[in-house]
Each structure stands twice: as C-alpha cells, then as structure tokens.
Design a protein around this ligand. Structure first.
Ligand code: HEC
Ligand code: HEC
Ligand code: HEC
Ligand code: HEC
Ligand code: HEC
Length: 157
C-alpha cells in the first residue's frame, strides 16, 4: 500500500468541508443564482427567533412542472403528496438551553453571511462559521453587548 497516497487522501478529505448529507440534493447555489432571495424561503416570523425551513409546498410551486421527472424531484413530490416534511439534517443548531433570536441580530445590522458564510455559493451547506459560546462572546465583546451568563442562558418564556 502506498502510505503517501493514503495520507494525502486523508488530508484532502479533511480540507474539503462536508456538511451533513441531505435527503434531497437541494442546492442553494443553483436556486439563488436564479434570483431567489433568502426571504422567499426563510421568513423571520413573529416572535422572530427562527428563520424556519420552507415547507414542500414552496418547492412544489415550481417543481409541479420544473424537472418533475428527475429522481430528486420525484422524491420531493412524494414527501409533498404524503404530507410529510422533508427530514432535512440541521447544519446550525443550538442546544435548547441557549437563547438566540434572529430578529435581534438582524436589527443590529448583522447579515446572514456574518453567521452562515457564503450560502449562495454552496451546493451543500456545512457549518462554515462557528456558533459556539466563544464565537458569540467574541462578537458581543466587540459590540459592547453583555456577556453575562444569564444574558444567553436565562430561562425565558
Ligand atoms: C448573529 C448570527 C446569525 C445571523 C446574523 C443569522 N443567523 Fe441564522 N442561525 C444562527 C444560529 C445561532 C442558528 C441556530 C439557532 C437555534 O438552533 O436556535 C441559526 C439558524 C438558522 C436556520 C435554521 C432554522 C432556524 O430557524 O433555526 C436558518 C434557515 C437560518 N439560520 C437562516 C438565516 C438567514 C436567512 C439569515 C439572514 C436573513 C440568518 N440566518 C442570519 C445565527 C445567525
Ligand atoms: C422559483 C422556482 C423554484 C423553486 C421555488 C424551487 N426550485 Fe428547485 N429548481 C428550480 C429550477 C428551475 C431547477 C433547475 C435548475 C437547473 O437545472 O439549473 C431546480 C432544480 C432543483 C433540483 C435539482 C433537480 C435535478 O435533478 O437536477 C432539486 C433537487 C431542487 N430544485 C429542489 C428544490 C427544493 C427542495 C425546493 C424547495 C425548498 C425548490 N427546489 C424550490 C426551480 C425552483
Ligand atoms: C428555494 C428556497 C430557499 C432559498 C431561496 C434559501 N434557502 Fe436556505 N434552506 C432551504 C432549504 C430547503 C434548507 C434545508 C436544506 C439544507 O440545509 O440545504 C435550507 C437551509 C438553510 C440553512 C441551514 C439551516 C440549518 O441549521 O440546518 C441556512 C443557514 C440557510 N438555509 C440560509 C439561507 C440563506 C442565507 C439564503 C439566502 C442567501 C437562503 N438560505 C435561501 C431553502 C432555501
Ligand atoms: C455579529 C455580532 C454578534 C454575534 C455573532 C452574536 N451576537 Fe448576540 N448580540 C449582538 C449584539 C450587538 C446584541 C445587543 C442587541 C441590543 O442590545 O439590542 C446582541 C444581543 C444578544 C442577546 C440579547 C437580545 C435578545 O435577543 O434577547 C442574546 C440572548 C444574544 N445576543 C445571544 C447570542 C448568541 C447565543 C450568539 C451565538 C450563537 C450570538 N448572540 C451571536 C451581537 C452578536
Ligand atoms: C453570548 C452568549 C453566551 C453567553 C454570554 C454565555 N454563554 Fe454559555 N453557551 C452559549 C452557547 C451558544 C453555548 C452552546 C454552544 C457551545 O459552545 O457548544 C453555550 C454553552 C454553555 C455550557 C455548556 C457547555 C458544554 O460544553 O456543553 C455551559 C456550562 C455554559 N455555556 C456556561 C456559561 C457561563 C457560566 C457563562 C457566563 C460566564 C456563559 N455560559 C455565558 C452562549 C453563551
């Protein structure tokens, strides 16, 4: 066995970031290049914490006719017809004991790419920006927002 090649392959796979495999090969890159915007699929509904993942009806508005013979779209249509949500694997997810609101952060002028990177350039998403405690605190420090433990960990209604 050529160990140099094995080691090279290891570093190449470590260098190419891979997000979770998704049940349907949806690409942000191809859909955003058609002129769709984030808010067409991710609405920041009241109270504003979540951005949400679009329901299959959003997709079927186009895919009722677009590419309907593709195996990927057949799969999508099956979820839709049987009223089942697509089991998308989450990429950015905080534990339940952390409070986070998109609305607050969009109001201070943060952009999607501040926390999610170049989504419009990606076929498959991966966590390219950190959302660990240290990442949150660094931005809070820079922007003179509180870093009291209870600011992010308080039990809220
Ligand atoms: C200040 C950082 C930050 C900004 C700015 C931000 N997000 Fe997020 N986003 C997060 C975090 C943190 C999570 C995980 C939330 C959780 O699990 O409670 C998340 C989760 C999501 C999710 C998963 C569904 C959900 O509602 O939890 C989507 C979709 C999303 N963001 C889209 C967007 C879009 C679109 C924008 C721009 C309009 C945006 N985000 C701006 C940090 C951010
Ligand atoms: C505004 C119309 C529109 C919406 C809404 C839309 N798509 Fe698409 N989608 C397209 C078009 C057009 C293509 C073909 C792009 C190409 O081939 O370059 C496509 C291609 C695809 C493909 C690749 C199919 C193949 O086999 O090549 C998948 C998978 C897909 N879309 C999934 C989705 C999902 C999931 C949603 C909902 C979250 C969605 N689309 C919403 C228009 C749309
Ligand atoms: C046509 C609909 C559509 C558009 C437009 C769209 N998204 Fe998405 N988004 C999805 C779907 C479907 C998923 C779940 C599958 C996935 O992760 O790729 C998703 C997932 C995400 C996630 C990962 C959420 C998580 O935690 O799992 C982020 C972040 C995100 N989108 C940001 C954006 C941003 C930023 C834009 C605009 C630049 C955008 N999206 C535009 C449909 C869309
Ligand atoms: C782009 C910089 C930035 C990032 C990244 C960021 N924050 Fe913030 N956050 C702020 C600022 C600035 C405020 C103050 C807003 C105000 O005072 O109105 C704030 C306010 C908050 C608040 C209190 C306001 C509310 O919504 O109740 C919480 C909780 C919070 N952030 C949690 C988080 C968590 C958790 C993360 C990491 C996942 C995070 N933040 C990442 C800049 C950031
Ligand atoms: C700006 C928001 C923010 C502040 C302020 C904050 N945390 Fe966190 N904390 C988080 C996030 C986000 C996570 C979960 C993500 C991660 O780091 O894995 C977390 C996770 C934790 C965990 C679980 C760690 C683990 O390994 O699972 C503990 C314990 C914790 N925080 C304690 C604290 C204490 C103590 C303080 C005050 C000194 C504090 N936090 C302040 C955002 C915050």
């Amino acid at each position: 066995m050529d160990w140099a090649l094995v080691i090279l392959a290891f570093f190449q796979s470590a260098a190419a970031p891979q997000g979770p495999e998704q049940p349907i090969a949806y690409s942000h890159k191809s859909h955003l290049s058609m002129g769709l915007q984030c808010k067409n699929c991710h609405e920041n509904k009241d109270p504003g914490e979540a951005m949400g993942i679009p329901v299959t009806a959003k997709c079927m508005a186009c895919h009722q006719s677009v590419k309907k013979d593709s195996p990927q779209i057949t799969k999508l249509a099956e979820f839709h017809a049987s009223n089942r949500p697509v089991p998308w694997q989450r990429v950015y997810q905080l534990p339940g004991f952390v409070f986070f609101s998109h609305k607050t952060h969009l109001q201070i002028g943060a952009e999607c790419k501040t926390c999610h990177g170049e989504v419009a350039q990606r076929d498959r998403l991966f966590k390219e920006v950190g959302i660990a405690m240290g990442d949150c605190m660094e931005c809070h420090r820079k922007n003179k927002a509180s870093n009291d433990c209870m600011y992010c960990h308080e039990q809220r209604q």
